[in-house]
Write a protein that binds this ligand. Structure first.
Ligand code: NAI
Ligand code: MG
Length: 366
């Protein structure tokens, strides 16, 4: 039986509450004998800062580098608002992304039929929606140099950010998108701004070439990023996989998120390059939401984003696609039966707790 080694980093706030529920799901799959999951816990974020003055310790980084997947809760909270920038809780996530070289951020936007009313769009536009946004995560304008604010001789100031992509960076994110499209609807939409940006021209050329030479079985369309934002709100179901850069991906994935309802429902994966010898990728799975200090400690957080993030690990790190589908069906089943945590409950109905949602998902899996 294949054995996978997980590092669980619950973090702060509701991170620990939702991690408790995902552990039960991991144990359920382990007990079913599909694979053996070994895991250990560690501190990250504010709780790590309190323990040893750093948001992530070197020992934790070593474990993360050795793990088959990192399952990450959420970090931060008002308690750490005053701590210096480079050791603040959020620095842990940036360090993990950088050291694990997690260049591909996957954000599915799936609209569960039972939650179509929670969308900001009309039911018919979103019911059955299943798109995957593949965002480049380690390059582009958030990291390109020069990046500075300078004072000019005349006293005015000038701020510079640099949108910078090399061909290998574009090639590898394009391949991730095409590979994923092969496992889904076999369509990729590549979003850039080739009309006004050189990086968009190069992006377009490289994605076109990779598509033609390596993925002729996948349909490729190019869309200008601003039009893509409009189309996501107008007719989102036209898309299967959208591949885009770091900046546009940040915005487009937030637009897509709101098509599906609550933050408490949205999982994500961040993947590195496949290891030359084993083919395994470094990977980190986490909910899109933060540590939700306003509801932390009350036992009312929605654990679905966290549990669905483990579902993505089953799918993308462990190759357990049938199991990932089973977990997705269990989540849809529980929602279909009307169970709701407070964030997705209709006004006037009585919501369930975090652990009741966990119980129901386990029962549905059974
Ligand atoms: P947030 O995502 O923590 O919360 C926004 C709102 O959504 C809150 O009202 C919260 O109660 C609600 N919410 C979020 N997740 C929920 C869930 N699973 N179930 C039910 N309701 C949920 O974002 P916010 O308030 O801007 O940030 C709070 C802290 O989290 C800050 O310290 C921030 O820096 C940090 N943060 C951490 C992230 C991470 O660890 N990846 C991502 C975003 C924020
Ligand atoms: Mg964002």
């Amino acid at each position: 039986m294949t054995s996978f080694n997980l590092l669980l980093l619950p973090g702060d706030g509701i991170g620990t509450e939702i991690m408790a529920e995902v552990k039960r799901v991991i144990d359920w799959f382990g007990a079913r004998g599909v694979a053996s999951f070994e895991y250990e816990h560690d501190l990250v974020g504010g709780s790590a800062y309190d323990a040893h003055g750093k948001a992530v310790s070197e020992a934790t980084m070593a474990k993360a580098l050795a793990a088959d997947a990192v399952i990450f809760g959420a970090v931060g909270g008002p308690k750490w608002d005053g701590v210096p920038y480079d050791v603040r809780p959020e620095a842990a996530l940036l360090r993990l992304r950088k050291d694990l070289a997690l260049f591909a951020n996957l954000r599915p936007a799936i609209c569960y039929p039972a939650l179509a009313e929670a969308s900001s769009l009309k039911r018919e536009l979103v019911e059955g929606l299943d798109i995957l946004i593949v965002r480049e995560l380690t390059g582009g304008v958030y990291f390109g140099e020069p990046k500075e604010i300078v004072t000019l001789e005349n006293g005015q100031k000038r701020a510079v950010d640099t949108q910078l992509y090399t061909s290998p960076e574009i090639e590898r994110i394009a391949r991730v998108a095409f590979e994923l499209a092969r496992t889904r609807g076999k369509r990729v939409a590549s979003a850039e701004k080739r009309n006004v940006m050189k990086s968009g021209v190069l992006w377009n050329q490289i994605v076109t070439r990779i598509g033609k030479e390596e993925y002729a079985d996948v349909a490729l369309e190019h869309v200008l990023a601003d039009n893509c934002a409009m189309q996501l709100v107008r007719r989102p179901k036209q898309y299967d996989v959208i591949v885009t850069d770091n900046l546009f991906g940040d915005i487009l994935s937030d637009v897509a998120a709101m098509l599906t309802g609550s933050l408490g429902m949205l999982p994500s994966a961040s993947l590195g390059a496949p290891d030359a010898a084993t083919g395994r990728r470094k990977a980190l799975y986490e909910p899109v939401h933060g540590s939700a200090p306003d509801i932390a400690g009350k036992g009312i957080a929605n654990p679905i984003a966290m549990i669905a993030s483990f579902g993505m690990a089953l799918r993308y790190s462990f190759g357990l696609v049938a199991e990932a589908d089973l977990l997705d069906r269990a989540i849809a089943g529980v929602l279909g039966k009307g169970l709701r945590t407070a964030d997705i409950a209709a006004a006037g109905t009585s919501p369930c707790s975090t652990s009741q949602m966990g119980d129901a998902i386990i029962a549905e899996l059974d």
